[in-house]
Design a protein around this ligand. Structure first.
Ligand SMILES: Nc1ncnc2c1ncn2[C@@H]1O[C@H](COP(=O)(O)OP(=O)(O)O)[C@@H](O)[C@H]1O
Ligand SMILES: N[C@@H](CCOP(=O)(O)O)C(=O)O
Length: 287
């Protein structure tokens, strides 16, 4: 059995902790068989190979009766770069628990469990459900609504430094004043409405008007404003900090991708770029 889990891009500007989309980078977990102790084969630096691995930790949390397994993990998702690698690992763990524990969890239950473990739901929901998802937790349950898939290519500018989500959350303010909060919320509401109405020019404009996190995180990822500037010159729809960063995401029509990539190089923005598409399927089990 192989569990294939997409990466995700969260926030999309003003949708802090609430909006996310699955994207075409993947974590694959192959179950090799039962074993005497948990064994996780992979080539990721600094990630445990035993029961301390996040995938196994999650599986054991969801199904404590899980017997030791030998699994092989391959991943294209850069760690701690704002592409939801931890949510993808958690989603894989939930699937392992569901499969071997015969738990029969619904997608909604999986999102609920994952969001609780991850601490915020905006990566978990698209990772499990696929597509572009808007959601929130109210009264201990998570509600998610899927929006139409946007007809854009996504260019991820992946700086060569990582940024653990915990560190990027630590720079956020404890409180916002009432005026900033209501204006930020009005921007987010109109942004979400425009996604559902497929009014992408308006969505693009609002994606760059976040008041909740980017103003505080800009100093951690100074390339954000530079990449945005190049995108404006090269027909990009919008550029935002993917998740907590460090990846900077630009939505752009496919015919303009090459011009944008050349523009980045010309402005000395020479870190890695990855061309992505929205993933509409979410987590998949391949028997
Ligand atoms: N495939 C994986 N297997 C085990 N642990 C993982 C895996 N992917 C991510 N993690 C854990 O999640 C951490 C990154 O999570 P986080 O800081 O939230 O960044 P992001 O989710 O944006 O990549 C990694 O440092 C690692 O501890
Ligand atoms: N809403 C969260 C999203 C974190 O996403 P990640 O991919 O960086 O883990 C936040 O902005 O903190």
């Amino acid at each position: 059995m192989i569990i294939k889990v997409p990466a995700s891009t969260a926030n999309l500007g003003p949708g802090f902790d609430s909006v996310g989309m699955a994207v075409s980078l993947y974590l694959e977990v192959e179950v090799m068989g039962v074993a005497d102790r948990f064994q996780v084969d992979h080539v990721m630096k600094g990630i445990p190979h035993d029961e301390n691995n996040l995938i196994i930790q999650t599986a054991l949390q969801v199904y404590p009766g899980l017997k030791p397994l030998h699994i092989n993990v391959k991943s294209d998702i850069p760690l701690a770069h704002g592409l939801g690698s931890s949510s993808s690992a958690i989603a894989a763990g939930i699937e392992l628990a569901d499969y071997f524990g015969k738990l029969g969890l619904s997608n909604e239950e999986k999102v609920q469990i994952g969001a609780k473990i991850e601490g915020h739901p905006d990566n978990m929901a698209p990772t499990i459900l696929g597509g572009l998802v808007v959601g929130t937790e109210v009264g201990h349950h998570f509600d998610a609504v899927s929006a139409p898939l946007p007809p854009y290519t996504l260019v991820a500018y992946v700086p060569n430094y990582n940024l653990p989500t915990k560190k990027a959350r630590a720079v956020l303010p404890k409180e916002l004043n009432f005026k900033t909060a209501t204006h930020g919320s009005a921007i987010a509401n109109t942004f979400v409405a425009s996604l559902f109405a497929q009014k992408y020019n308006l969505a693009g404009e609002l994606m760059e008007q976040d008041a909740f996190h980017e103003p505080y995180r800009e100093r951690l990822v100074p390339e954000l404003l530079q990449v945005r500037e190049v995108a404006h010159q090269k027909h990009g729809l919008a550029t935002y900090l993917s998740g907590a960063g460090s990846t900077i995401m630009t939505w752009i029509e496919s015919e303009h991708v090459n011009g944008f990539l050349s523009g980045l190089k010309k402005h000395d923005l020479k870190d890695k770029t990855v061309i992505l598409q929205p993933d509409e399927y979410g987590v998949q089990i391949i028997d």
